[in-house]
Design a protein around this ligand. Sequence first.
Ligand SMILES: Cc1cc2nc3c(=O)[nH]c(=O)nc-3n(C[C@H](O)[C@H](O)[C@H](O)COP(=O)(O)O)c2cc1C
Length: 243
Amino acid sequence: MKKWRCTVCNYIHEGDTPPEKCPICGVEPDKFVLIEETEVAAPKKWRCTVCNYVHEGDTPPEKCPICGVGPDKFVLQEEIPGDLPAEEKDAIQKLLFNVSYGLYIISSKNGEKLNAMTSNTFIQVSDRPLRGSVCLGKGTLTSEYVRESGFFGVSVLGKNNHDLVKHFGYQSGRDVDKFKTMDYVTGKKTGCPGLSQAICFIGCEVEQVIDLGTHYMFIGKIVDGDEFSKEEPMTYAYYHATR
Ligand SMILES: Cc1cc2nc3c(=O)[nH]c(=O)nc-3n(C[C@H](O)[C@H](O)[C@H](O)COP(=O)(O)O)c2cc1C
């Protein structure tokens, strides 16, 4: 059985031909490559530091097909010690598409400066006291702000917040001021911004930082909260199906 890999989201399809449409990110069959053909040559993998898209080839792409940034925003994806072999990992990674996530904008501050990024990794982890965790890539400006300030804010996105996912997820605060045109409230105890267009805001005070190699996991006590609308929450799967 042939195996086809989606070059946009890494989904693996098995069959004689690629699927008519990627069930994960929705792209057409021309975005699929036959795994045997590419994997034999073991091409280098380049990861977009802005949107995490992975490109295979000797050099990074001229332009990221997802978020549009240039080759300077790509880093060579090195082998991570303890990671599964590529073939085995591809198969297991596919199973993870069955895990449900929400979508959030994680904010923080550095003195007067504000920044935030899109994330699908916020979850509540305890209820006495209320605590939440989030995993942020080490290269992101937001993770730097969270480490420095010790606070992070979570804006929970609704089904009509696609524009916020792109605004905060496809560009870095190192290049633009993402809050310049945004309406937000400021958490009373955290000082972190919560977006008025979102469903609600949750503010956390960091208690623990766990180093996961490529990411930091921040565990925080929930100390702020504000509700803006009764919109239905956006899931990661819904975003991919409708973006
Ligand atoms: C749908 C979506 C989900 C994302 N989830 C995460 C995540 O959970 N953790 C992470 O480190 N980056 C995630 N990202 C990528 C960051 O949002 C992106 O790298 C952002 O540009 C970082 O911005 P900053 O440098 O201004 O902090 C996600 C992006 C998108 C579009």
